[in-house]
Structures are given as structure tokens and as C-alpha cells.
Design a protein around this ligand. Structure first.
Ligand code: UFG
Length: 328
């Protein structure tokens, strides 16, 4: 039996695929290569397909004996989702419904879903616990919240058990140095800052200096991608043991401002890293910091790379050795 991993050639998906493959599991990646890279397959089987292609999804389930699904494939850029909401709802909701339909037809009963801190919107308390009110400030977050809710209803109706993992800011790269972050275009803070360090960009723009935070820039909770991947394995084992559906927040519980991240990157790289002030980015909340006590308590999750400096060091190793990503 195999695990189907949608978006398995993308950033977070490929890190989970590597852990699955390293632990001897059969993996089938389903990826449209929009953000994925075949070099990131870690020896798994690859099906090139889109979530919106219901026929291709069905063909994949017909061809392989799938017993669980990890669902990473999505559009995931907060700013872009404000400009293109229809696309985000199509891929992240309609596409995910296509996947669910194929699962129902093929009697596949367990799913791990990549949700997001973006379901919360501007928090009332930090660190944010799972039950915190959900008021997404952008279509991306709303699309993820909608599918969480769909999963709760479909679970009850069709007996599908699921774990939704709400990532805060996935960052860093696998310790092996074989896989890492490679988006085109790149929107995420840490890779952009490191591209400036490498001389591939002139500067990083700090989106907003007037947020209600100590230094005026946004605060985020950066969590290592390999620690996120490990949580997927724990969630899979939980479902395989017959565990109930659950939702977990995934972060380190430490908030760092954009300015602090740039400063840490200066220390790690020993490079200048020019930054300039810019306007706020639409859809951004000021502060997102996770309480991950629940997954630590219930599934025994223990992040190995919780320090921001370690995360930036590991990201730097990847970017320095792959200045052009997988094409390097
Ligand atoms: N930022 C800048 N300049 C840049 C890029 C980012 O100032 O050039 C800022 C953003 O405004 C934000 C912070 O750096 O305050 C982090 O931005 P990212 O784009 O790296 O990450 P986001 O926080 O926007 O988004 C990430 C994931 C989303 C997820 C979200 C939840 O990419 O999928 O975290 O927190 F929804």
C-alpha cells in the first residue's frame, strides 16, 4: 500500500516525502509542477497532474493501491490570494473536493491536510491555541478554513478521519542538503533575505513599519520544515492506530519581527543585507505565534530545530549551495 502525497514535489511536501521514503514507505507524489521540482522526489513514484483534473486523480487512485493521503497541493501566497481570490477558492477548495471525491470512490479513509495559521486572521491572544476564533484576513486563509470545515462534515458523513496541521511559517531546509526551498516567484521572507545576501537581489522590502508591534514590523512564528514533516509522520501513525480526527497548530511559540529575521540573517551570513521600508502587504495580520502544546501533548511532537538562528543557518546552507534552486 502507498501514501498519496499531493504537492509532494513542493517545499513542505517534498520534506514529508523524504521522511516517508526514508522510513521505508511507498510514496506516490501527485504534483502539477507549478511549484514542484522532480529533483525533490526522493525516489518516490511521480504522477504529474492537477487537483482540478478529476480524471487524472481517479486514474492515480485506480493505478496505485493508496491507503492514506497527505494533501499539500495548494496555492499559498497570501498577497496573491487577495488579488486572485477565485483562483485560490478553485484550487484550494474545488481541487481539494476533487481529491476527497476520489478518496470516497476508492474507499480511502485517512487524510492529513496542510492547513495554515492564516485561518485565524488577527489574533485576540498569542500564542494562539487551536480553539481561537477564526476570522481569516485573506482568501488564502479562508480557503484553508473552508476545507477544514468540509473535512469535519465529510468525516462524519463518509467515515474519513483526518488531521489538519496549521503551519505557521515553514522555513529552513532538510539537514541532508538534498532538498530545500525553491519557489518561482519567491514571496517568502527568509529566502528573499538570503537571496539579498547572495547578491541575487539588491534589497529586501519590509512590508509595513507601523504595525502594532515593538519595532513596527510584522511578527511571525518560524517553524523548521523538517519538524513539520515529522509532524505529518506522527499524524499518519496516529490515524493508522485508529486515532480520531484532530486539528493542530504547528509553530515554535516564539515570535520574531521581520526586522529581527533580517538581523539574524546578517549574523548567520556575515553579509550586509540591504533593507528598505515599504507599505503594508494586503491581507497580512500583524502577529501570528502558535501554541503547539496540543500536538506535543497528544502526538509527542518535539521540534528538533526550534531556534530561529538554526533555521536560518540551515536555510542559508541550502541557498548558498543552490543559488539557483534545483537548477543549480
Ligand atoms: N515580508 C516582508 N518582505 C518580503 C516578504 C515578506 O516584509 O519581501 C513579511 C511579510 O509581510 C510577513 C513576514 O515577512 O509579515 C513573513 O512573510 P512570508 O511571506 O514569508 O510568510 P507569511 O507570513 O505571509 O505566510 C506564511 C505562509 C502562508 C501562511 C502564513 C501564515 O506562506 O502559507 O505564513 O502565517 F498562511
Amino acid at each position: 500500500m502507498a501514501i498519496l502525497v499531493t504537492g509532494g514535489l513542493g517545499y513542505v511536501g517534498s520534506h514529508a516525502v523524504k521522511l516517508l521514503a526514508d522510513s521505508g514507505r511507498d510514496v506516490v507524489c501527485y504534483d502539477n509542477l507549478l511549484f514542484g521540482h522532480v529533483e525533490a522526489a526522493s525516489g518516490s513514484t511521480v504522477m504529474i497532474g492537477d487537483l482540478l483534473d478529476a480524471g487524472k486523480l481517479k486514474e492515480t487512485f485506480d493505478r496505485y493501491a493508496i491507503d492514506s493521503v497527505m494533501h499539500f497541493a495548494a496555492l499559498a501566497d497570501v498577497g496573491d490570494s487577495v488579488a486572485n481570490p477565485h483562483q485560490y477558492y478553485s484550487v484550494n477548495v474545488t481541487g481539494s473536493l476533487n481529491l476527497l471525491q476520489a478518496m470516497i470512490e476508492h474507499n480511502v479513509k485517512t487524510l492529513i491536510f496542510s492547513s495554515s495559521a492564516a485561518v485565524f486572521g488577527e489574533p485576540e491572544v498569542v500564542p494562539i491555541p487551536e480553539e481561537h476564533p477564526k476570522n481569516p484576513t485573506n482568501p488564502y486563509g479562508r480557503s484553508k478554513l473552508m476545507f477544514e470545515e468540509i473535512l469535519a462534515e465529510c468525516g462524519a458523513a463518509y467515515g474519513i478521519r483526518s488531521v489538519s496541521l496549521r503551519y505557521f511559517n515553514a522555513s529552513g531546509a532538510d539537514p541532508s542538503g538534498l532538498i530545500g526551498e525553491d519557489h518561482t516567484p519567491e514571496h517568502h521572507l527568509i529566502p528573499i533575505v538570503l537571496q539579498v545576501a547572495l547578491g541575487r537581489r539588491e534589497q529586501v522590502t519590509i512590508f509595513g513599519g507601523d504595525w502594532d508591534t515593538p519595532d513596527g514590523s510584522c511578527i511571525r512564528d518560524y517553524v523548521h520544515v523538517t519538524d513539520l514533516a515529522q509532524a505529518h509522520l506522527l499524524a499518519l501513525e496516529h490515524l493508522e492506530r485508529g486515532g480520531d480526527s484532530a486539528v493542530y497548530n504547528m509553530g515554535n511559540g516564539n515570535g520574531y519581527s521581520v526586522k529581527e529575521v533580517i538581523e539574524v540573517a546578517r549574523q548567520v551570513t556575515g553579509r550586509e543585507i540591504k533593507s528598505v521600508a515599504g507599505p503594508r502587504r494586503p491581507g497580512d495580520p500583524a502577529r501570528l505565534v502558535a501554541s503547539s502544546d496540543k500536538i506535543k501533548r497528544e502526538l509527542g511532537w518535539k521540534p528538533r530545530f526550534a531556534e530561529l538562528k538554526t533555521i536560518v543557518e540551515m536555510a542559508w546552507e541550502w541557498h548558498n549551495s543552490h543559488p539557483n534552486g534545483y537548477r543549480s
